[in-house]
Write a protein that binds this ligand. Sequence first.
Ligand code: NAD
Ligand code: UDP
Length: 335
Amino acid sequence: MNVLLTGGTGYIGSHTALVLSQFGHQVTLFDNLSNSKKSVVARIENIIGRSCSFVEGDVCDTALLTATLAEYSIDAVVHFAGLKAVGESSENPIDYYFNNVQGSISLIKAMETQGIRTMVFSSSATVYGSPQQLPLKEEHPTDPANPYGRSKLHIEEMLNDLAQSNQDWRVVCLRYFNPVGAHDSGLIGEQPQGTPNNLMPLITQVAVGQRSELRVFGNDYPTGDGTGVRDYIHVMDLADGHAAALEFLKESSGWHAINLGTGFGHSVLEVIQAFKTVNGCEVPYRFAPRRIGDVPEYYADPGKAGKLLNWSAKRGLDDMCISALKYQNLVEKAS
Ligand code: NAD
Ligand code: UDP
């Protein structure tokens, strides 16, 4: 298939581009480079051993999207493009609704114009809000706690309405848990602009000495060791999930929300310990107050992904920690 990846030079998009290419799909990356670099394209080409099309543009530009869908004879779209910083979304909510929701409307309009009605959408476990039961199943009530999560839920609902209005639409909303790690080559990975918010990029920056210590937010949660528990998933497993979703949509119409997680939670201290052990390095840390808005614990029930997509996560926490540091070392060398 010819697949358009909006946000394709970003962290998850670039890893998915590799997997889809290796699966035999022809990928075209569409990105406005607001949170990624064009050099990622050459790195993807280096790994897959062939060229990869790139279009610089904004998903809010419906005309450019329409032309791109036509020019590259696109059959299906994986829609990653969006803003993703939870804290920033509370400070600039309208930017989040504009970029994420308006961007998705623009994409849907372009796809309708071209008669392309297959989409895999990057959603998030954030749509659940504070868990009422664990593990989180797709039927769990949705109640996102911030504008970022609400923008994801609005898009999911919009896509659901669309699929109900026209039986030709085939949509999978993948609810990602906590993607971490990088491709084995260490050539692509997560490169946050400015100060990272997420745990793994902060750990890698501490490990290479870019930061003096990690702050562990909260050690009095009702969890095994008192620190927050999350379902960390290797980004390559997540990428495999997109290939599986596209296969599933060849045979299935309608709208489907599907968790992509491992089903296992790890505490912050467990992640730090695993990172130190497999990489043979130090990660100095100190305990700090709880971060506002954090929930103590959440992890996925990945059963629906197993059943519908024949997908499950294969890689463990050790692989996530090794590949994350390998990529960080490459970033260090390049800077
Ligand atoms: P990322 O920032 O690395 O990638 C997103 C890409 O989209 C970037 O390359 C950015 O330049 C591009 N982009 C943003 N707005 C755009 C626009 N208007 N037009 C064109 N391109 C645009 O983020 P990521 O971690 O790869 O996340 C990809 C998707 O997955 C996002 O939608 C995000 O909300 C979702 N998601 C991410 C996580 C996570 O922890 N990384 C978790 C759940 C869901
Ligand atoms: N965390 C931490 N220190 C940091 C960043 C994160 O202790 O500097 C903790 C955070 O409180 C949570 C876990 O690490 O328990 C994962 O946080 P992240 O921001 O990566 O993911 P999210 O909270 O969005 O699931």
